[in-house]
Design a protein around this ligand. Structure first.
Ligand code: HAM
Length: 415
């Protein structure tokens, strides 16, 4: 018989598998975020990965690049065009508009969805990523803008970052729109200016100046721009609170068409990580696609991959520890039943216990525990079962702790 061609064990291009240690990071990412944003009064929501494609086609909603080149869209069996959500903002706007009468405002929402974008995979850019979304609806107060930036700052602190590890750059769509109208730029040149500003940090400053000149934009109006009064005030309040890594940067414009006011991005200051960790801003008209009374919104998205890179280069990633506390090894397979009872005894007292089946050498059983990074092992043999005294081995310290059966759970609960 001809040998069958084997399938690759690689995941689909640009997406990741989460083996237990990777999943543990993701869980840490979720838990750290949740702790921080719930403290600030945000509540969690969720939605399906699938959305009608038209949600992203509405004029003024999407970033052209995302809609034209990056969506995963297919036709379902009923002939409907469906898109795997590339971002969460249109979804949350849809949900808020859908229940505007029932929901109380200001409304503080967060979610950590997985998103899909057909991107060229590279460091910090994947085809599927997990993204914290924090959004505040129903207020156009400057304090709402400040709160959202404050939450972004707080999330970074919750991950153990110090102020010089990152910088929050704040720009303004109002400033930009005014500039475009003062310069009398037509739609095409206005778009070129937006793209150029967005790419500013990716080119040498001289090239940036040359390109400004090509667009007939005097360089001073960008390079010497002063922050608009309300942003100046906000930065002043942060500075008064001792936070100085939040700065005005007119080149922050953001790609999405829906932003209407303050926009911001959080940058890692490490040279290896040149991507934005977060991006967000104010979008006051987005719900207009559902009805005539727009609800003001302001929020941000933060990706798991960029945060992982941030933590990794600074040694801030938590060490992996499995949820399993102890591995029960067995001297011979005949004792498997009694060892199961012993494991059940530990589990009943709240100790997460995995067990071997005793059909391999003890050395191999211990290797398994070590590979799984389980911190403790207990060997169950005829003597232990007869006497009721066991030895708990701390695998990392190479230390043996003799304990009576009844004292084992207490030892784990206190260690
Ligand atoms: P965004 O700038 O497209 O904004 O994404 C926000 C963050 O998600 C980025 O700064 C980056 O950390 C991460 N991210 C985005 N795309 C990828 C990718 N392909 N792979 C890995 N990480 C990625 C938005 O999506 C807006 N909807 C955010 C928002 C919420 N604005 C208001 N509310």
């Amino acid at each position: 018989m001809a040998k069958k061609e084997k399938l690759s064990t690689d995941p689909y291009k640009g997406v990741r598998d989460f083996y237990p240690e990777d999943q543990a990071f993701l869980n840490y990412f979720f838990a750290t975020i949740k702790g921080m944003v719930e403290k600030a009064g945000y509540v969690e929501y969720g939605a399906s990965i699938l959305e009608p494609a038209e949600l992203y086609k509405s004029k003024g909603v999407e970033n052209e690049e995302i809609i034209n080149e990056q969506t995963y869209t297919f036709v379902d069996r009923g002939g409907r065009e469906v898109t795997l959500r590339p971002e969460m903002t249109p979804t949350v706007a849809r949900m808020v508009a859908g229940k505007r009468r029932e929901l109380g405002f200001p409304l503080r929402l967060f979610s950590i969805p997985n998103l899909f974008r057909y991107e060229r995979p590279q460091r910090g850019r994947m085809r599927e990523h997990w993204q914290l979304n924090v959004d505040l609806f129903g207020s156009d107060s400057l304090y709402a803008d400040a709160e959202i930036i404050g939450v972004a700052y707080g999330v970074m602190k919750a991950f153990g970052a110090s102020d010089d590890d990152f910088v929050i750059k704040v720009g303004s769509r109002i400033w930009l729109n005014q500039l475009i109208s003062e310069l009398g730029l037509d739609a095409e040149r206005a778009q070129s200016l937006r793209r150029l500003l967005d790419a500013k940090d990716k080119m040498p400053i001289d090239e940036f100046k040359t390109k400004l000149a090509e667009l007939q934009v005097p360089e001073g109006v960008v390079l010497d721009a002063a922050p608009p009064a309300e942003i100046q005030r906000m930065l002043g309040e942060f500075a008064a609170a001792g936070i100085t890594n939040i700065v005005f940067d007119p080149s922050i414009v953001r790609g999405f068409a829906y932003y209407t006011g303050m926009v911001f991005e959080v940058f890692d200051t490490h040279p290896l990580n040149n991507r934005a960790l977060f991006g967000g801003g104010r979008y006051d008209d987005l719900t207009e696609m559902f009805d005539d009374e727009p609800i003001a919104g302001v929020g941000f998205g933060m990706g798991d991959a960029t945060v992982h890179n941030f933590l990794e280069v600074r040694g801030l990633l938590p060490a992996y520890l499995p949820p399993t506390k102890v591995y029960v090894a067995i001297t011979s397979p005949e004792l498997a039943g009694e060892a199961q009872t012993f494991a059940g005894f530990l589990r009943a007292q709240g100790i997460n216990t995995a067990i071997d089946f005793g059909d391999r050498k003890l050395g191999d059983q211990i290797k398994t525990a070590t590979k799984h990074k389980i911190p403790y092992i207990i060997v169950v043999g005829p003597d232990e079962l007869a006497s009721g005294s066991f030895v708990v081995r701390d695998l990392a310290a190479g230390k043996d702790i003799p304990l009576a059966k009844e004292a084992i759970a207490d030892f784990f609960l206190n260690s």
